[in-house]
Design a protein around this ligand. Structure first.
Ligand SMILES: [Zn+2]
Length: 473
């Protein structure tokens, strides 16, 4: 009797063990989410966590939606010929598993032959495919999943490639070039999508009204909105389309449409833009916004845990963010005093100068900095700090020196210097206005996530492992 009991316990144990091993390795995921924070290095993530914790009056790292995922790793980002990648080469590596030269979309570095993404593989297997971003649909990261062009700036040709790829859903702020620059007779982009059977919707309400009858969709902002990108989270106005809304809409649409499963890429594209401006407060709010979009995906995951794989990573780091500039303190909570992005602050100063026909006083500018950054009213500004700002006011602002083009916006040098001062007081440092070559973090959860654990990864490994996990070869 005792032997029989032992035997039964053994069988039960083996059953549980084999079941747990089976569950650990997971079945092939039916729903694959690939979320890319453009420019989101480790310091962008950790800095946002420190910021949230400091605001709660503690020291430590409060969680973002993805930082507690069971599998984490680090990923190299260099491109075929450069230690520091651009988003086109990085996007191509993450989408296709092929390193290419900076500026190239969906082509190999040596022979310039087209290389195809995991999204194409998913489509070939009859799955739904969605591409979603907070910037324009033809921008480098989303384009890498469907386009093949020698230059990331060939926006019209990239949009035409989206039609050829024939994915189910493209969502983002809009398209940058709706007309060909080289052929005036070439048709307009949105007309081409409609002719190819796409339903074009503008805004979240329009999307929800039309999604049921639509066989393929282009989902952009309402007419008149800036096609370059969605608003920064820090600048958002009621009614502005958000990355979370786009993500929720994409999931609802693809789930309803594709009973064989789907692949959805979601890019938080403006973390990179904020970092190109070395604008810490705006960057932190973008990382939080990206985390909110991941939370929307997690809601789906909790309903389909055994069939869903989620990967969160970045294409590269931007700005060389440093946490700590002197001593052993951070004061990141000061970033919460900033009311708008550097872009909006620049515009406010430019408008002030125009309205006052150049006769702006230093006291008026101080008023702007007090409202927008909390200077003097909420943070002490030392005499020499004010003196440095005033010198810039006299050197560039009063002279109406042309505002410089940052990577993605007009930047007034005086506004830039003021934002730099706030970052410096928060002890957040920056080393560059461009990208850096540092490894980026990666987080995975769900069916097949274990495959991403272990040795550090190359960016080209990620699509290869997705194919292993899904069996899309
Ligand atoms: Zn960039």
């Amino acid at each position: 009797m005792k032997n029989i009991t032992c035997f039964c316990v053994l069988i039960l144990f083996l059953g549980i063990y084999s079941c747990s091993v089976h569950e650990y390795k997971g079945d092939r995921p039916k729903y694959v989410f690939f979320l890319i924070g453009d420019g989101m290095g480790s310091s962008q993530v950790t800095g946002t966590q420190f910021y949230l914790t400091e605001r709660a009056g503690r020291i430590g790292l409060d969680s973002l939606s993805f930082t507690g995922f069971p599998v984490t790793n680090v990923v190299s980002t260099y491109s075929a010929f450069n230690a520091i990648t651009c988003s086109a080469a990085a996007g191509t590596a993450l989408a296709t598993g092929m390193r290419t030269s900076n500026g190239t979309i969906g082509k190999d570095a040596i022979h310039s032959k087209d290389v195809y993404s995991i999204a194409v593989k998913a489509k070939e297997r009859g799955m739904g495919v969605g591409i979603a971003t907070s910037v324009s649909i033809d921008h480098a990261t989303p384009a890498s999943f469907y386009a093949h062009q020698p230059s990331r700036s060939m926006y019209y040709e990239i949009a035409m490639d989206a039609i050829k790829a024939d994915f189910d859903l493209y969502a983002g702020s809009g398209f940058l070039q709706t007309r060909s620059l080289t052929d005036s007779a070439a048709p307009e982009v949105y007309c081409c999508f409609e002719e190819a059977g796409y339903t074009v919707v503008r805004g979240y309400d329009d999307f929800n009204r039309k999604r049921e009858g639509a066989s393929k969709m282009v989902f952009v902002q309402e007419a008149g909105a800036n096609p370059f990108s969605l608003s920064y989270a820090i600048d958002r106005q009621p009614g502005d389309l958000t990355l979370s809304e786009i993500t929720r809409g994409a999931i609802d649409y693809l789930f309803q449409k594709s009973n064989r499963g789907f692949f959805l890429m979601v890019e938080g594209g403006k973390i990179d833009w904020a970092c190109h401006s070395n604008d810490g407060a705006t960057m932190v709010k973008e990382v939080m916004d990206f985390s909110d979009a991941v939370e929307v995906v997690l809601e789906f995951y909790r309903q389909h845990p055994k069939e869903t794989l989620i990967i969160v990573t970045a294409d590269h780091e931007t700005g060389g963010v440093g946490l700590g500039t002197r001593g052993y303190e951070l004061n990141l909570k000061l970033l919460s005093l900033q009311q708008h992005s550097l872009d909006i602050l620049s515009n406010r100063l430019i408008n002030l100068r125009e309205n006052r026909e150049g006769k702006v006083t230093w006291e008026e500018v101080k008023e702007v900095f007090s409202e927008e950054l909390g200077f003097w009213s909420k943070i002490e500004i030392m005499k020499e700090e004010e003196e440095a700002l005033k010198q810039e006011f006299e050197r560039s602002y009063l002279q109406a020196s042309p505002a410089v083009w940052g990577m993605y916006a007009v930047v007034e040098p005086l506004a830039q210097q003021a934002v730099r001062l706030l970052n410096d007081k928060a002890q957040m440092g920056w080393t560059t206005l461009e990208h850096t070559g540092t490894r980026v973090p990666m987080y995975a959860i769900g069916a097949g996530a274990w495959r991403f654990a272990g040795s550090p990864l190359n960016n080209t490994d990620i699509p290869r492992i997705i194919v292993e996990a899904t069996g899309w070869n």
